[in-house]
Each structure stands twice: as structure tokens, then as C-alpha cells.
Design a protein. Structure first.
Length: 134
């Protein structure tokens, strides 16, 4: 913190011994030590507060960038959805609305179906007695 060498410290100690006196020098040194410790704690607290504020500022910037990214993604998704909806509406409008017109007309009418008994080869009830007689 201060650029004080050993020789300068010795000079300060000798001057303090002369000015303060040998009786009060230990109490003054102790008081100065406590004050110096308080000053160091205060400086460390200020450094920590500044560090926290810088981190908080960085987090706020990160949050703002994330919100911008989320908004741009939301806008692009909503734009894509609206484009898809308009495309579906356009296709739905192009398709005829009545189901009869949507089906193609049959080329030939279906052939009449034979009765199921004839298809199965069963005899009719009038043929059955003549068969018993024969």
C-alpha cells in the first residue's frame, strides 16, 4: 500500500519514541495497530462491495441480453406460426367447401350386384323340392 522501506520505518519509530515517550509508546502503537486493522477491513469491505456491484452489473447485462434473445426467438416463432396459419388458410380456401364436389365423378356406374345366394351358389327354395323327387 505505502512504499515505505525498513530504514524509513526505523526513523518513524525513533521520532515517535522521542515525541511520545517510552511510557505511552506501547499504548499508542497498539491503538495505531487497531486503527490500521480497521482501515484495512474498511478497504477490503469497499473492494468487496465494488466487486459485487461489478458482478451485479454484469449479471444485469447478461439478463438484458437473454431477454433480447428470448424476445427475438418469440417474435420469429410467432412470425413462423402466422405464416403457417396464413398458408393453411390459403390452402383451405382453395379446396372446395362441399364434400360432394371434392369427390371425382365415377366413370361408370357400379354393376348391379347379384343376390348373395346366387354368389354363394345356393339354390332357391323352389328348386329344393324338385331335387328331392329326382
Amino acid at each position: 500500500m505505502f512504499d515505505i522501506g525498513f530504514s524509513e520505518l526505523m526513523l518513524i519509530a525513533v521520532v515517535a519514541l522521542i515525541v511520545i515517550g517510552p511510557e505511552r509508546l506501547p499504548t499508542v502503537a497498539r491503538t495505531l495497530g487497531h486503527l490500521f486493522g480497521r482501515m484495512q477491513r474498511y478497504v477490503n469491505d469497499v473492494k468487496a462491495d465494488i466487486s459485487r456491484e461489478m458482478e451485479l452489473d454484469e449479471l444485469k447485462k447478461l439478463q438484458a441480453s437473454m431477454q433480447d434473445a428470448a424476445q427475438s426467438i418469440q417474435q420469429s416463432v410467432s412470425r413462423e406460426i402466422s405464416e403457417a396459419e396464413s398458408e393453411l388458410r390459403r390452402v383451405a380456401d382453395a379446396v372446395p367447401s362441399s364434400p360432394e364436389s371434392a369427390l371425382p365423378a365415377p366413370a361408370q356406374p357400379p354393376a348391379e350386384r347379384a343376390s348373395p345366394q346366387l354368389e354363394l351358389g345356393l339354390e332357391s327354395s323352389s328348386d329344393a323340392p324338385s331335387r328331392k323327387q329326382a
